[in-house]
Ligand binder design. Sequence first.
Ligand SMILES: NC(=O)c1ccc[n+]([C@@H]2O[C@H](COP(=O)([O-])OP(=O)(O)OC[C@H]3O[C@@H](n4cnc5c(N)ncnc54)[C@H](OP(=O)(O)O)[C@@H]3O)[C@@H](O)[C@H]2O)c1
Length: 129
Amino acid sequence: MTTNSSTKITKPGLGGSTTIAGRTVLVTGANRGLGQALVEEALRRGAARVYAGARHRFTHPDERVTPVIMDVTNPAQIQAAADQVESLDVLINNAGVSLPDGLSDRGALERHLAVNLFGTWGVTEAFLS
Ligand SMILES: NC(=O)c1ccc[n+]([C@@H]2O[C@H](COP(=O)([O-])OP(=O)(O)OC[C@H]3O[C@@H](n4cnc5c(N)ncnc54)[C@H](OP(=O)(O)O)[C@@H]3O)[C@@H](O)[C@H]2O)c1
């Protein structure tokens, strides 16, 4: 989870606790798994707006949820998402892959780095700038 002061991410909080009620939250990889659960938990805690990033279009019944198309390996989609979000309190870099036998397969390693490292970095940079 990233919380910080910037033009995009507005609330300081690194190293401290963060109140979700009334805040604006973005979750990457929000369509299933832990990301989906994080969206539901943010709503349960009273988030004012939850941007739900996913690689494919999906809908959510809660009007506080704004789906955002965002493959974290796609810089144009990341930038489009950052342009769409006026301000953000909490960024949850959840999107990630965990591929079996990753250490014996260069392609798998590259996929890990592309999504888990550079994807997370790219999203964070876009929302901090
Ligand atoms: N579950 C665990 O025990 C555990 C333990 C340690 C760490 N983690 C990490 O926690 C995160 C969530 O875990 P999980 O169990 O919920 O994983 P999951 O069920 O495999 O879900 C991964 C999510 O990340 C999305 N994603 C993958 N590549 C993406 C990309 N390039 N751009 C945008 N979204 C992408 C997936 O979207 P699609 O549906 O489009 O594939 C999906 O929404 C992952 O980063 C995982 O590595 C999980």
